[in-house]
Design a protein around this ligand. Structure first.
Ligand code: ADP
Ligand code: MG
Length: 529
């Protein structure tokens, strides 16, 4: 029976040709980011629909901004995004590994090995890889943290920027550490980034506390306030606006005055309530009316208005306050504590700096142009993510392809112990890992095959720490990567291998693609409307 009537307007590819198509899509995608890998990787210029440009070296940024329609390519991009979310780095590696696994699998499929068998082989190899990685890992010492954070910035910007941003990222991570029953937690969302155009990258600095580009609402309010209580309002201290389209009919003289007097009375009542709570600092999401502004200044309360909700949330976390909607209903238990609150003028722009007990920090990101500033922000976010993860799990692995080469060698030996055809899958998996040192060599202008052979030979004769021998692209020759300072957090490598395997296996398991065709002549509903 034909399925033609059922699957009208649907393009269907099955079996091998479906797999071949999908693998080609995966490889094309990997091809797009291949040249960005490693410290010698080059940048990409991305231009969006509106003509905005972005220069980046970051794999996941390239992929997420690309308009990719192929569903399999989208699966790979998802793997890369997940890697970004979980480990903050290793996004290019994940895509390269996954595509290489698929390419190797394709060679086996052409020799009549069933994709499901290959997938099982991959799974066995990956499970074993985790054990080997545990064995390779080493506990980090304090100076390693900086090195590992720096490795995550390899290829992004110039070296002085990498050094500066990684130092700031480690410092920032330290200030936001919290001890919980489950161990140390460092939440990167507690670090705010305040971009400032003008100046150069070297002006970028870290300030403990939260910094907002805001001025206190009255010059007579104190510029500096010492430790005290703060109230955060998810609203304002304003006259109530009319709910509906109401008209007030003024019938006798004096009614309007009374009406206004009542409004002022309500505002005064709110300020009196704030005074009775004993606060020294006030931040509102909405406005503060003039009458209240003067009263607050007289009361010596430092106040800020139009503070965004996200900043209020950050403040609330830092000082342990609860946001209130209505000032009159605020209670003592809603208040938070701060160490100091200062209004300062930096290059003509007012800044408000609040230091709180629970830490929190702000990076004042500087750059001469928007493009530079964007890259500083993105690089810092990556470095910070890596630094935070390092405080949670401090194990390290050698970078520069060292771990990948060593793992491949061990996995080939492991594959030999598998009796069935899965052995071929496990071998293909092991071979795929070598794509990392090959591409690193390629991007550094070295011969990928010679470099890989050299690395393997050195590891074979390398003794106890052989698994730390990788390609130092600065020296342009194999070296002990721990000594060269090219270290990677355990989580990044482990997660990138796991994510790549996951994506490769799910693509291997597809043998039927049903693609609903869209008829280009069909008018868009919105357009006709
Ligand atoms: P990803 O998006 O996968 O993190 P990167 O472009 O950041 O891609 O490159 C990361 C790779 O570069 C890692 O394998 C890392 O070990 C390697 N690397 C970083 N610095 C060096 C170096 N100095 N020498 C050799 N390899 C390096
Ligand atoms: Mg990286």
């Amino acid at each position: 029976m034909s399925d033609a009537p059922l699957l009208r307007d649907t393009e269907r590819t099955t079996g091998r040709s479906a797999l071949q198509n999908n693998i080609q899509a995966a490889m094309a995608l990997a091809g797009a980011v291949r040249s960005t890998l490693g410290p010698r990787g080059l940048d990409k210029l991305l231009i969006d629909d509106d003509g905005r440009t972005l220069v980046t070296n970051d794999g996941v940024t390239v992929l997420e901004s690309a308009k990719v329609e192929h569903p399999v390519a989208r699966m790979m991009i998802n793997a890369s995004s997940v890697q970004d979310k979980i480990a903050r780095d290793g996004t290019t590696s994940t895509v390269l590994l996954s595509a290489e696994m698929l390419q190797n699998a394709w060679h086996l499929v052409t020799q009549d090995v069933h994709p499901a068998v290959i997938a099982r082989g991959f799974r066995m190899a990956e499970t074993h890889a985790h054990e080997i990685l545990d064995e390779f890992s080493l506990a980090s010492e304090q100076h390693h943290r900086l090195l590992a954070t720096r490795t995550s910035l390899a290829g992004k910007g110039h070296q002085s920027m990498q050094l500066l941003l990684s130092e700031l990222a480690v410092q920032a991570a330290e200030t936001i550490l919290v001890q919980t029953p489950d161990g140390t937690v460092a939440d990167p969302t507690r670090v705010k980034v305040l971009p400032q155009s003008g100046g150069t990258i070297s002006d970028t600095r870290l300030v403990t506390g939260l910094v907002l580009a805001k001025n206190r609402i009255h010059d007579e309010m104190p510029r500096v306030v010492g430790a005290g209580k703060v109230l955060l309002v998810d609203g304002g201290i304003e006259r109530r606006s009319m709910k509906s389209d109401m008209k007030i009919n003024v019938t006798s003289p004096g009614v309007l005055e009374q009406f206004r007097a009542k409004e002022v009375e309500l505002l005064t009542e709110q300020v009196e309530h704030l005074k009775s709570l004993g606060i020294r600092l006030l931040a509102c999401k909405e406005g503060i009316d003039d009458e209240a502004r003067i009263l607050l200044a007289e009361a010596g309360i430092q106040a800020f208005r139009r503070v965004s909700r996200s900043d209020l949330d950050l403040l609330a976390r830092g000082c342990g306050a609860i946001l209130v909607n209505d000032v009159i209903r605020a209670q003592r238990s809603d208040l938070g504590a701060f160490i100091s609150s200062t209004n300062e003028n930096w290059a003509g722009v007012a800044h408000w700096i609040v230091e709180t007990e629970e830490g929190g920090a702000t990076l004042i990101a500087c750059g001469s142009t928007e493009t530079v500033l964007g890259e500083v922000e993105r690089s810092f976010a990556d470095a910070l993510g890596v630094a935070c993860r390092m405080f949670e799990d401090d194990r390290l692995l050698a970078g520069g392809g060292a771990t990948h080469v060593a793992l491949a060698r061990r996995l080939r030996r492991f594959a030999e112990s598998i009796p069935g055809r899965e052995q071929l899958g496990a071998e293909a998996f092991a071979d795929a890992l070598e794509v990392i040192p090959r591409v690193l060599a390629e991007n550094a202008g070295l011969d990928p095959i010679d470099t890989l052979l050299q690395l393997v030979a050195q590891q074979v004769n390398g003794g106890e720490n052989a698994h730390q021998l990788g390609l130092d692209v600065v020296l342009r020759q194999p070296a002990n990567m721990i000594e060269s300072g090219v270290l990677e957090p355990f989580l990044i490598i482990r997660q990138s291998i796991a994510g790549a395997t996951e994506a490769a296996i799910s693509i291997l398991r597809i043998d039927d693609v049903l693609w609903a065709k869209q008829d280009p002549t069909m008018p868009d509903v919105e357009q006709t409307g």
